[in-house]
Design a protein around this ligand. Structure first.
Ligand code: FES
Ligand SMILES: [Fe+2]
Length: 423
């Protein structure tokens, strides 16, 4: 059942060149977003490698819901609400596991990984109208996967996952192609940070190609190679692209080709330091495909509304309230990734771990951004960098410069459409 939607007129608040500050702070806006975007649309839930074994499961957020991602004994994936059909108890007390059944801690009803009720103490007392088949866990209405990424929609009707993803499928393709087997794993464990900021300000920061020299100045000064590599000038050949449907990416293709050399995206390790990986890529793919992956590396892409492929890290946004977001991060492990996986683990720890160089900077900015937009004046947040100069391609992709706000506009354009729809 859909929750009522507020009477807020989003067309008044979302403009091409600016958005209203209350969109980040108003609890009624947050409620509308949860309903319209997270509970009616497609949302990233988890990766199939997180339930790699038969009869494995893990707990994930889906908007404000808690769901269980499972793989049953016949190898099928399910997304189930973490709510016992008996008296409504939450079933899972651990974040993940492998087991024949999930057992409710309250009265010990047990369920197989496809959600069926398989055991109940004192079943005879359940009463004459009781049917075991109708008393399983509830499946989220629609579940679909692309490249191992499992998405779910709580709405029974609507666009297909492929229609929702549009050109974003290319960014997932680019990521999985980094593995000689065309498969990634998200099994290194998750780092969770609680940001005191609205989920949209966290998302906008992730696609912001403008802030790095200022917010991440300490990292740049500590790592001259990185600073030089990310040539952050208005003239950089790197582009920010609006891929449509709220998705966007920052495309480093031209910059990496201009600079030449493989594996710069790993943080400048020379090819000679990853011989196993380079050989495996060359054996797995046609030469032009292998070389392109080795030169350009993984994508930097935001998939609406909550999945961010941050090159060799995956980040997921969990909106908790108008002013609070949990930010999940894990490094991407490549199947047959050779030396690269170790490198990715160390880079994730260095940049995104509790003592990391990058995420603490962004978290602080998120806090300050949230406090700032809570002040009444000026009412609007600007969104106009590059608006007049970005290029509209024939395939409807909009291409702006690295330091333009093309990616943020990509998000807001789709947001405005979804939130403005009359239901
Ligand atoms: S609430 Fe789950 S078995 Fe009773
Ligand atoms: Fe940042």
């Amino acid at each position: 059942m859909n929750a009522p939607i507020s009477s807020i007129n989003y067309a008044d608040l979302v403009h091409q060149d600016r958005v209203h500050g209350t969109l980040y702070t108003d609890p009624a806006v947050y409620e509308d977003e949860i309903e319209r975007i997270f509970h009616q649309g497609w949302v990233y839930v988890g990766h199939d490698s997180e339930v790699a074994e038969l009869s494995s499961w893990c707990v994930k957020p889906l908007g404000r819901q808690t769901v269980i991602l499972t793989r049953d004994k016949n190898n099928a994936i399910h997304v189930l609400y973490d709510r016992c059909p008996h008296r409504g108890n939450k079933i899972c007390q651990e974040p993940k596991g492998v087991a024949h059944t999930l057992t409710c801690p309250y009265h010990a009803w047990s369920f197989s990984m496809d959600g069926k009720l398989v055991g109940m103490p004192a079943e005879r007392g359940a009463g004459p109208g009781y049917q075991r088949e109708a008393s399983g866990l509830t499946h989220v209405a629609r579940v679909a996967a692309y490249g191992g990424f499992v998405f779910a929609s709580m709405a029974a009707q609507g666009v297909s996952l492929e229609q929702h993803l549009g050109y974003a499928t290319r960014t997932i393709d680019q990521l999985v192609r980094m593995s000689p087997r065309g498969r990634i794993r998200l099994t290194a464990g998750w780092i969770k940070h609680r940001f005191r900021g609205n989920w949209k300000n966290v998302l906008e920061n992730q696609v912001d190609g403008y802030h790095a020299p200022y917010v991440h100045g300490s990292l740049l000064s500590a790592n001259r190679d990185w600073a030089n590599e990310r040539d952050r000038k208005d003239t950089s050949p790197t582009t920010a692209r609006d891929l449509g449907l709220g998705h966007s990416d920052i495309d480093y293709t031209q910059s990496y080709h201009a600079k030449g050399g493989n594996l710069r995206w790993t943080g400048m390790i020379p090819e000679s330091r990853a011989p196993q990986y380079v050989a495996a890529m060359r054996a797995a793919y046609p030469p032009e495909v292998a070389e392109e992956s080795l030169i350009v590396g993984p994508p930097h892409a935001m998939i609406f509304p909550n999945l961010f492929i941050a090159e060799m890290n995956i980040m997921v946004l969990q909106p908790v309230s108008a002013g609070e977001t949990i930010h999940w991060t894990t490094p991407v492990m490549l199947e047959d990734g050779g030396e690269i996986n170790e490198r990715s683990l160390r880079r994730c720890e260095g940049a995104l771990g509790p003592a990391g160089f990058l995420i603490a900077d962004d978290a602080e900015i998120s806090d300050l951004n949230q406090i700032g937009v809570g002040n009444r004046e000026p009412e609007w947040v600007m969104l106009r960098r590059g608006l007049e100069t970005e290029k509209h391609q024939a395939d409807n992709i909009i291409v702006g410069g690295l330091m333009d706000e093309t990616s943020q506009r990509a998000f807001w354009r789709h947001y405005g459409q979804l939130m403005g729809e009359k239901k």
